[in-house]
Design a binder for this molecule. Structure first.
Ligand code: GAR
Length: 222
């Protein structure tokens, strides 16, 4: 199998991108970063990409007539680097259906909740408002419906008494930084793929998301 080419989409601080860069350097997975793409020229993620010598590109939505025109240009730029895997790592724009379908079998997203709970924004605050005892992060394949694609893996954290959205979000983010590289490792190693609407692990359909355990390993749900 040839080396996986990864494109990363990021809108902001890019700590998940940094986790991927660091994990690759540490040998967690073997792959090539084909490019980092942002809808914000000032995204810290682009500086992180520069620091790692990864080609990068930013397109501003205001420079395009409408959302569809932006998406066309943005995803043509992504397609031009011929990615095998597109990782949405804090990419905060909704992606038009045409481009989701175009990359249907090779686009994953990390989301800061235990999906299907808390899709959308402000997940940590909403989890606390709902009084949940466990919260966390999910990595899922992207489908046209927002935050609704098949989940391949999750990392859970216990909610603590006195947690604020910030304190809870910090613990979730620390687990995101392990979860996302672990998922990329499964894909880069050829063990996990998305096939005909199903996530397939080691040749068998995955019926429940893998769970990140306390030893940072992805294991089948209990
Ligand atoms: C992460 O918590 C990620 O899960 C979330 O944005 C943050 C990006 O942080 N993504 C979403 O909310 C997508 N709907 P980062 O830029 O430091 O990686």
């Amino acid at each position: 199998m040839s080396r996986l080419r990864i494109a990363v989409l990021a809108s902001g601080r890019g700590s998940n991108l940094q986790a991927l860069i660091d994990a690759r350097a540490a040998g967690v997975f073997d792959a090539e970063f084909a490019g980092v793409f942002s809808d914000r020229p000032d995204a810290v993620a682009l500086q992180r990409a520069a620091g790692a010598g990864i080609p990068r590109q930013a397109l501003r939505p205001v420079d395009f007539a409408d959302r569809a025109a932006f998406d066309d240009a943005f995803f043509d730029a992504v397609a031009a680097v011929q990615p095998d895997l597109i990782v949405c790592a804090g990419y905060m724009r909704l992606i038009g259906e045409r481009h989701v379908v175009r990359f249907a079998d090779r686009m994953i997203n990390i989301h800061p909740s235990l999906l299907p709970a808390h899709p959308g924004l402000h997940t940590h605050r909403r989890a606390l408002e709902d009084g949940v005892r466990r919260h966390g992060a999910s990595v899922h394949y992207v489908i046209p419906a927002v935050d609704a694609g098949p989940v391949l893996a999750q990392a859970a954290v216990d909610v603590r008494a006195g947690d604020t959205p910030d304190s809870l979000g910090e613990r979730v983010l620390a687990r995101e930084h392990v979860l996302l590289p672990a998922c990329v490792a499964l894909i880069a190693g050829g063990r996990l793929r998305y096939d005909g609407g199903r996530v397939v692990l080691d040749g068998a359909p995955l019926t429940r998301p893998l769970q990140l355990d306390s030893d940072d390993r992805l294991t089948p749900a209990a």
